[in-house]
Design a protein. Structure first.
Length: 222
């Protein structure tokens, strides 16, 4: 029988660590708890395959800094970002840096386990990323030019009002294009849409700023 899969829980709130440990053990995982990013970085075994549940906002190193340090230290673990209300923009940045998913607190058990399934699938098959890239590009190609532009902006982590301003359309129109794009991509969550966008190479802020310079409007494109 295979050993239970290991999940690192990195969160500065003890009640959340205990709750996640209880949930993970009930689902058949082994959980290790870390109260901050620095302790995790020092103590995690890089040779032991694992997934990481990583809080975004913590004292000392925040989640993004921990994620960057993991790459430098050879901790090649799939990361699932945990974020409170208002932390979505930061979570998007974490996904652009390679996180598997982000979960807004409080989240449901099934949502967490689904994210872990994705993380361990990624861990088990490194070649899946190349396959996803080819598939994602095909999916994105099904979108209209405007839908692709909106997805590019969302993948950059911009709010609707910023995308609307740069594209010279209304925020409501951005919402419509976003909904249409998600329907065509066959996804039900924003995180799923971001995964497709990132795999297809969207989310390049430098490209966005070059293409949609602030104050330069292109009438008649809506």
């Amino acid at each position: 029988m295979a050993d239970p899969a290991l999940v690192h829980v990195v969160d500065d709130e003890e009640p959340i660590r205990r709750s996640l440990e209880f949930l993970l053990r009930g689902a058949g995982y082994v959980a290790t708890k870390w109260e901050d990013g620095e302790t995790f970085l020092r103590g995690a075994d890089p040779d032991m395959p694992a997934c990481v549940l990583l809080d975004v906002r913590m004292p000392g190193r925040d989640g993004l800094e921990v994620q960057a340090a993991m790459a430098r230290r050879g901790l090649n673990f799939p990361v699932i970002v945990l974020t409170g209300h208002g932390g979505v923009a930061t979570a998007v940045k974490a996904m652009r840096a390679g996180a598997v998913d982000f979960l807004e607190k409080p989240f449901e058990r099934e949502v967490l386990l689904r994210a872990l399934d994705l993380g361990f699938a990624q861990l088990a098959d490194a070649s899946a990323r190349r396959d996803r890239q080819s598939w994602a590009k095909t999916q994105i190609a099904r979108l209209t030019a405007r839908e692709q532009e909106v997805m590019e902006g969302l993948a950059c982590g911009y709010p609707n009002k910023t995308i609307a301003y740069d594209l010279d359309i209304s925020s409501r129109t951005v919402e419509v294009y976003r909904a249409n794009a998600m329907a065509k991509l066959g996804v039900v969550s924003f995180a799923d849409a971001l995964r497709v966008a990132f795999a297809a190479g969207l989310g390049d802020e430098a490209r966005w700023k070059t293409t949609y310079a602030v104050g330069v409007k292109r009438p008649g494109r809506d």
